[in-house]
Design a protein around this ligand. Structure first.
Ligand SMILES: NC(=O)C1=CN([C@@H]2O[C@H](COP(=O)(O)OP(=O)(O)OC[C@H]3O[C@@H](n4cnc5c(N)ncnc54)[C@H](O)[C@@H]3O)[C@@H](O)[C@H]2O)[C@@H](O)CC1
Ligand SMILES: [K+]
Length: 482
């Protein structure tokens, strides 16, 4: 498992590590890693130039603290290799004095007005000591400089480091070079979008970090560890039976897509209950269909909601799914019904996973999710004693115990009609195989994101059916990676 640590936790770890090192050593590790990352980017821009750094133009926006110090020391290394470097102090004249001296020694210049074009703009305005928002001078420079690549030092300046909220102006980076560990702003909320591609520089911090990050981030090894692989004694029942209560005569597509998602998961048997049996049978002959939840018999997990409507009949089906002692994924119309009739969730003991997007969240919680999306998901999870998967460009999962996970694999192409039906069906299959609610939600979002990536390869347009078709391949890719 990877993780993201709060600014305070990073500082605690840094203090432990720094006490063992000569003064300034840690900043030099950071600057060396940052300069190497910048050189790689410049090389990609100009493969014809030897080295790529020589002859390039680099502008540094330098704040008053150590974040500016990292940027200036890294820029000095680039100036040593022949880059033309201009550094602009953006908070009065305050800049890291030793780093500024190193830059001038290397031939870089401190200026008030840099050129308006550059190959690389280094954002060293604010790091983990920053409060949200940019100082005016930084904002002015960002408005006028045309950069071929913007590289944020540690974090995109202006974001809320601990929550990923972006309540005021902030830098939009192509690449963020982070030191020691991820911070929540790299994986949560709007700040994660401003982060661009994340590159981590190892400065030796890992052994000194708290074992529990503020936000967990799953990787392939986690998914492999949680996955139930069928053994020689397993049969279709012991692998888990998943029930899908979705779709209607009006919306048969939701049933087809949700069952496709369920079929791609580890469960051995998929039952469908609802009015779209004909469409499901045609597309998926392996699915056993019944008209209602009651007639479906025993399952190890239910998915209820996508496209099944919000009328009396749908409410009755939802109640029947919730009467079962099996874990349940509630999606789409089921979330609208829960918002209207919250009592149907009370007295429920088996795990429930809710999968709201922002409008559904508002129906359930009474107000839209806060910009701190981890806290927003955790608050709903606690109030309803459920697992919550809050959808977004960076999907978040929260358990009722307050644990927060950020999904690293999402992509904008997944915001397409029906994609959530596939995700929900897949997640129900993971639950049916015995995975707990939080892991099933985390693993489903992870693999679904990978499937989106496979489906979108070569900038292809992606439909939910494409994502469903890509899911088995994504499962295989994830399970064989670790
Ligand atoms: N602590 C360490 O051991 C290391 C720190 N490193 C760097 O140090 C950074 C943290 O440096 P600092 O603690 O000096 O803090 P920053 O450089 O993030 O911020 C500097 C100062 O800016 C002011 N400020 C904050 N928000 C502002 C705003 N919105 N508008 C105007 N002024 C604002 C504050 O006075 C703050 O102390 C890290 O992000 C990383 O880049 C790295 O060199 C690695 C080692
Ligand atoms: K920065």
């Amino acid at each position: 498992m990877n993780g993201a640590w709060s600014a305070a936790a990073i500082r605690r770890a840094e203090a432990r590590l720094m006490s063992l090192l000569p003064p300034g050593a840690l900043m030099q590790r950071a600057a060396a890693g940052l300069a190497a990352a910048c050189a790689r980017i410049l090389r990609q821009q100009h493969p014809e130039r030897q080295g790529g750094v020589y002859g390039s133009t680099v502008i540094v926006l330098a704040g008053p603290g150590d974040n500016g110090g990292d940027a200036l020391y890294a820029a000095a290394r680039l100036a040593d290799r022949g880059a033309r470097v201009f550094a602009v102090p953006v908070m009065g004249e305050r800049v890291h004095p030793l780093a500024a001296a190193a830059l001038t020694r290397a031939g870089g210049r401190l200026v008030a007005q840099p050129p308006d074009h550059c190959d690389l703009l280094l954002d060293g305005v604010l790091g983990i000591g920053g409060r949200p928002g940019l100082p005016g001078r930084a904002l002015d420079q960002l408005g006028r400089i045309h950069a071929r690549a913007v590289v944020a030092v540690d974090v995109p300046s202006g974001v809320d480091v601990d929550t990923g909220a972006v309540p005021a102006s902030a830098v939009t980076a192509d690449v963020t070079v982070a030191f020691g560990a991820r911070k929540p702003c790299h994986v949560l909320g709007r700040a994660a979008l401003l982060t661009g591609r994340l590159e981590l520089v190892d400065i030796g911090l890992a052994p000194y970090l708290d074992p529990h990050p503020a936000v967990s981030v799953a990787d392939e090894a986690d998914i492999v560890g949680w996955w139930h692989r069928p053994g020689p004694d397993d049969d279709k029942y012991t692998r888990g039976v998943v029930g899908v209560a979705a779709g209607s005569e009006r919306y048969p597509g939701a049933a087809v897509l949700a069952t496709a998602g369920a079929l791609a998961g580890p469960a051995g048997y998929v039952r469908y209950a609802g009015a779209a049996a004909e469409a499901v049978r045609r597309r998926h002959p392996e699915v056993v269909c019944t008209p209602t939840v009651k007639e479906a018999g025993r399952v190890q997990a239910w998915l209820a909601g996508p496209g099944f409507g919000t009328d009396e009949a749908a409410l009755a089906e939802l109640r029947d799914a919730l009467v079962s002692p099996a874990p349940v994924v509630l999606d789409a119309d089921a979330l609208t019904l829960i918002g209207e009739y919250p009592s149907v969730l009370s007295r429920r003991e088996a795990p429930v996973v809710l999968t709201p997007h922002d409008r559904e969240y508002e129906r359930l919680y009474g107000s839209p999710p806060r910009e701190d999306r981890g806290a927003a998901a955790a608050a709903l999870a606690k109030r309803l004693n459920c697992t919550v998967l809050l959808k977004g460009h960076h999907t978040v999962v929260a358990g009722s115990d307050g644990a927060v996970w950020a999904n690293p694999t999402g992509r904008p192409q997944l915001a397409t009609a029906g994609s959530g039906d596939v995700l929900a069906g897949f997640m129900a299959s993971l639950l049916a195989s015995g995975m707990d609610g939080v892991r099933a939600a985390v693993a489903a979002a992870f693999v679904h994101g990978r499937a989106g990536g496979i489906a979108a390869a070569g900038h292809r347009t992606v439909t939910a059916s494409d994502v469903a078709r890509a899911l088995p391949g994504a499962v295989g890719a994830v399970l064989s990676r670790a």
